[in-house]
Design a protein around this ligand. Structure first.
Ligand code: PMP
Length: 357
């Protein structure tokens, strides 16, 4: 027997690359192109380093309270973590441990199958329909839990609340997680359903609409019972997941609702404008309600376009995977960034028309 026989072997999730070049345009990991709320910057400069001698509040009370107040729920219904990846990983560990397979869409956030494999949770994927929508009837088979993002990633498609409720209602015997990482860009949150369903867990993040991907803050809202179980597992794993600056700065971000709405409004306006420009260039895409557009071109392959953009120092996301290998996921940046993207795509088309390969 070798020591390696005792190692937990797993194939890790591959995050989008994080290049750091002057002048580059980074549209590959759905970050916010605008800074966080002004108070976040102010507090960051004012944090007293001697406060870092002590462990942070393991319950992140200030942050859970601020979120509870903002979303009008009881503080006992809120759980916070180090980005929603941490919250989701903890939720997989807590809620998905039955013998039956958990269900999620075949095209979705590619971390779900990684956690399932890491924790040895059996899973089954349900194919999206021809227009990339979830088929709710697929989630009406015996299972050990359900998870899906709404809007979905990388398609950007939003399901209406009736579809979400149908899935939750059909699965009262397991936990249903709705990953709302992108809900602030035009979707209706499933939060009102919490009044009816104690098996529903809603997960959101500060990484996109609140412009704080670098601070790593995510949270879940659910029934007190669900959150209690989640806390039991978290406190069996790592009591101090959230560092002190994240707790303090997270509160500041939640408190500035006007800035939050203004930022989201700008991104949505840019997204709609970019949809028009992309259409004019011959792209097609599902009607995104997120801060990205999942676009494919009628003449040029996604891989060609990905490479051409990269040469111009414009980074978008491309997956060489079944069903999605001919689409690029383009994060919505500022108007100026998107103008450069459109100009680069136009230039590529002109060049190809002049001298086809
Ligand atoms: N869920 C979905 C659907 C995502 O696309 C992402 C971003 N990669 C996350 C969760 C995790 O985001 P974070 O950990 O930054 O909150």
């Amino acid at each position: 027997m070798k020591w390696e026989d005792n190692v937990r072997k797993t194939v890790p999730y591959v995050a989008g690359e994080q290049p750091n070049k002057a002048g580059m345009i980074k549209l590959n990991t759905n970050e916010c192109p605008y800074p966080p709320a002004p108070e976040v910057g102010k507090l960051l400069r004012e944090i007293d380093p001697s406060a870092l001698r002590l462990y942070p509040d393991p319950n992140a009370t200030l942050l859970t309270d601020a979120l509870a107040e903002y979303y009008r729920v009881d503080p006992g219904q809120v759980f916070v973590g180090v980005g929603s990846d941490d919250v989701l990983a903890m939720a997989f560990l807590t809620f998905f441990q039955g013998g039956r397979p958990i269900l999620f869409p075949d095209i979705t956030y590619s971390f779900y199958d990684v956690w399932a494999k890491l924790y040895r949770i059996p899973y089954k994927t349900c194919a999206l329909d021809g227009s990339w929508h979830i088929c709710p009837e697929d989630y009406e088979q015996p299972n050990g839990g359900v998870i899906f993002p709404n809007p979905n990633a990388p398609t950007g498609i939003l399901e209406d609340l009736e579809t979400v409720e149908r899935i939750v209602r059909a699965n009262r015997d397991v936990v249903v997680i709705v990953d709302e990482a992108y809900i602030d860009f035009g979707g209706k949150s499933a939060l009102p359903l919490l009044k009816k369903y104690d098996n529903l867990l809603i997960v959101q993040t500060f990484s996109k609409s609140r412009a704080m991907a670098g601070m790593r803050i995510g949270f879940a809202i659910g029934s007190k019972k669900l959150i209690g179980y989640l806390n039991d597992v978290k406190f069996s794993f790592n009591s101090y997941t959230m560092n002190l600056p994240a707790q303090v700065l997270g509160v500041a971000a939640v408190r500035d609702d006007a800035y939050f709405k203004e930022t989201v409004g700008k991104i949505v306006a840019t997204r709609e404008r970019v949809k028009e420009s992309l259409r004019e260039l011959g792209f097609s895409f599902p009607d995104s309600r997120a801060n990205f557009i999942f676009a494919s071109h009628k003449e040029y392959s996604a891989e060609q376009l990905f490479r051409a953009l990269r040469e111009d120092e414009i980074y978008v996301r491309y997956w060489n995977k079944p069903r999605i290998s001919n689409s690029l996921r383009i994060t919505v940046g500022t108007d100026e960034q998107m103008d450069r993207l459109i100009a680069s795509l136009k230039e590529y088309q002109d060049k190809r028309r002049r001298c086809p390969e």
